[in-house]
Design a protein around this ligand. Sequence first.
Ligand SMILES: [Zn+2]
Ligand SMILES: [Zn+2]
Length: 289
Amino acid sequence: MEENVNEMRTDSLSYGSDYHYLPVTSLESGDVHEVAPDVAGYTVQIVNVCFIGKPNEADWVLIDAGMPGSAEAIIASAELRYGSQNKPKGIILTHGHFDHVGAIIELVRHWQVPVYAHSLEIPYLSGRQSYPEPDSSVDAGLVAKLSPLFPIRPIQLGEYIHPLPDDGSVPFLPDWKWLHTPGHTPGHISLFRSDDRVLIAGDAFVTVKQESLYKVFTQEIELNGPPKYLTTDWELAHQSVRKLEALKPSSVITGHGMPMKDDELASQLSRLADHFSEIAVPRQGKYIH
Ligand SMILES: [Zn+2]
Ligand SMILES: [Zn+2]
């Protein structure tokens, strides 16, 4: 079916009706951080996308799709790394929140490549279901307070969106596995390569206090649970952190914040797994029971 992807129509693709640009950024915006020769995070304002594949080679995959309005920046960074002739084989989404699909439609139109997500995430990516409303009461930080402005309505990726294979394999990336890490969203996934234990965690946990505009701007490193204002199932979120901690990752790129590795990652991740309710779970909020 991917053979015919070039002939598919892109004019029926659309963002949700509440889609809009968000004027928030960080000091790292525009920077590329490698955690392995073929794995790099690229910061788009306040969120990271990942490039997987050796520079200047044709076999590469994009993980996530940045902030609204960031397609040109992502394409320019991809062309710098892989050359303008080498488009990605496909795009894998950790989940469908607006800051991870913000440029997806322009990217699909530009590259004409398939997009993959967990089957439980597809309703949000095929025009069927909105995400629950963000909860601004979870934290005093300014990003939390801004969260009611975040787009939550479903986008429409039409024939371009596909469910990930059930066996944990990742299309185009034979050395990688995907793991279901729900809690932040129902179909949230993380990606792991056992050879060098590189982890791409999405928003299962992040390395910045994402609720604070100041800490997001400076990207001060601090391992935290998933962004609080958009997380709806804290028990599942805790189980997902335990699952990722058990992998003993050597380095991680998270959806928000700078990469982390080695002893710092090991100690902070085991502390988060052991003290999740104190570190990660908000004191109050509409998704706390
Ligand atoms: Zn998210
Ligand atoms: Zn996010």
